[in-house]
Design a protein around this ligand. Structure first.
Ligand code: PLP
Length: 444
């Protein structure tokens, strides 16, 4: 067929994540001359051509849109683009990172089940698992990822998944993805990994992770303007082979007319048909609990994704220079940064990160809490913000903010001390960043 005869432009052909960040997600279905930039489909509902088509969409026999709580063309492109960057089968966009973690895990568990989770977690996720899920009757068994064998040791026949964060802050110790994924496979469990800190830099599916979650609010959006979350399914977990472990996926679901999710959706030609796990999450949890992503935020997150590889490269270069500057500084007691890891951990950093250690640096100033707060207040370029994931450099005092609700023992387990400072190093010129750190250290 010649270019002149095409009814839609040819699908984009690419193999690398840098190209996926710009071109991932099909716009071809948006007509003969589709817009180059994904438009914002700011609509709650869609005109249905017939009752037969409507029934087909609701019965999961046909692709289509009926209501934006379930799917939306702008969100579709975001989902497909992130899946392409990660080399995954499909994605699901939701309202925030917390919604992504919640739905990813609730999709596998019901009352009486348990999750074996790393104890090195973002404070919000720790609370979700330790308190909110516990009230739903879902138990979380927290284990240290320092010894990957802890995951298998805490597993029983009601365990439904393993969970961890690829680069938990503030400790900034890489999660042993390969070892825990191997244990997960051996027990018929998927490994769900929060990769919020290292999108593009680390592709955990290459190392065996089955399901990824992201706070897109952070580096995916990259500009600190919009909340959003993503769940990405590698499509590699064989639910049917471990059917006894995963009755929610493999037995009739009353929540959707008795469908068996692993047998449903195969008729769907688009991304909806590529992940029975995400089809279930969309058609039951997103439908019932409702944390859908606004199309406007999906547009902003797509704009961010286009420059994700470029930004992450500069974040990584700058954070390595900042870590080197702080390491050995007379007023700094300890610096945590993956580039400083040694032994087995150092080998893991080299294998997983290939020279880019991501944006985060954690350090401790001499003089404890008071010196820490004097340092934060003396900063003139770096912002004092509890967020991370922005092009701007940001400093946080975790003990009084992000980790304040955790019991002290849990704070210490997470690597937070009274004088800890977390830096999310931005993309400003490195000379300006080092000058600001230098003058703020002199002020303590
Ligand atoms: N996961 C991690 C690792 C995070 O750092 C955060 C937020 O800081 C979340 C999840 C929650 O994301 P959101 O704030 O978008 O709900």
């Amino acid at each position: 067929m010649s270019q002149r005869d095409r009814e839609t432009p040819a699908a984009k052909d690419f193999t690398r994540p840098e190209s996926a960040a710009v071109h991932g997600g099909s716009q071809a279905r948006m007509g003969l001359t589709p817009p180059v930039v994904t438009p914002i489909f700011q609509t709650a509902a869609y005109e249905l051509p017939s009752t037969a088509v409507a029934a087909g969409i609701f019965d999961l026999l046909q692709d289509g849109h009926a209501y934006t709580r379930l799917n939306n063309p702008t969100c579709d492109v975001l989902e497909e683009r992130m899946a392409a960057i990660d080399g995954a089968a499909a994605g699901l966009a939701v309202a925030s990172g917390q919604a992504a973690v919640s739905l990813a895990l609730l999709n596998l568990c019901q009352a009486g089940d348990n999750i074996v989770s790393s104890n090195e977690l973002y404070g919000g996720t720790w609370n979700l698992l330790a308190n909110t899920f516990a009230r739903f009757g879902i138990e979380t068994r927290f284990v240290s990822p320092e010894d990957p064998a802890n995951f298998a040791a805490a597993t029983d026949d009601r365990t439904r998944c393993y969970f961890g964060e690829s680069l938990p802050n503030p400790r900034l110790r890489l999660f042993p993805i390969e070892e825990v994924a191997e244990a997960a496979e051996a027990h018929g469990l998927p490994l769900v990994l929060d990769n919020t800190m290292l999108p593009y830099v680390l592709r955990p599916i290459e190392f065996g992770a089955h399901i990824l979650v992201y706070s897109a609010t952070k580096y995916i959006g990259g500009h600190g303007s919009s909340l959003g979350g993503l769940i990405v399914d590698a499509g590699t977990f064989d639910w049917d082979r471990h059917a006894g472990r995963h009755p929610l996926m493999t037995t009739p679901d009353k929540a959707h007319g008795g469908v068996v999710w692993t047998r449903t959706g195969r008729e769907l030609s688009g991304a909806l048909g590529r992940s029975s796990y995400l089809l279930k999450a969309r058609e039951t949890l997103l439908r019932d609990l409702g944390p859908c992503l606004s199309p406007f935020n999906a547009f902003l997150l797509l704009q961010g994704l286009e420059t994700l590889p470029l930004r992450m490269r500069v974040h990584g270069e700058n954070s390595a220079r900042v870590a080197a500057f702080l390491h050995g500084h007379p007023l700094v007691e300890q610096v945590l940064h993956p580039s400083l890891a040694e032994g087995e951990e150092g080998a893991r950093v080299r294998r997983y990160l290939r020279g880019n250690c991501g944006p985060l640096v954690q350090f401790e100033v001499t003089g404890g809490r008071e010196a820490g707060s004097r340092f934060i207040e003396a900063l003139r370029l770096i912002s004092h913000v509890t967020n991370i994931g922005d092009v701007r450099s940001m400093a946080t005092h975790p003990a009084s903010t992000t980790h304040a609700q955790l019991p002290e023992a849990e704070q210490i387990a997470a690597g937070v001390t009274q004088g800890s400072i977390r830096l999310a190093v931005g993309v400003e010129h490195i000379d300006d960043l080092l000058a600001d750190l230098d003058q703020a250290l002199k002020a303590i």
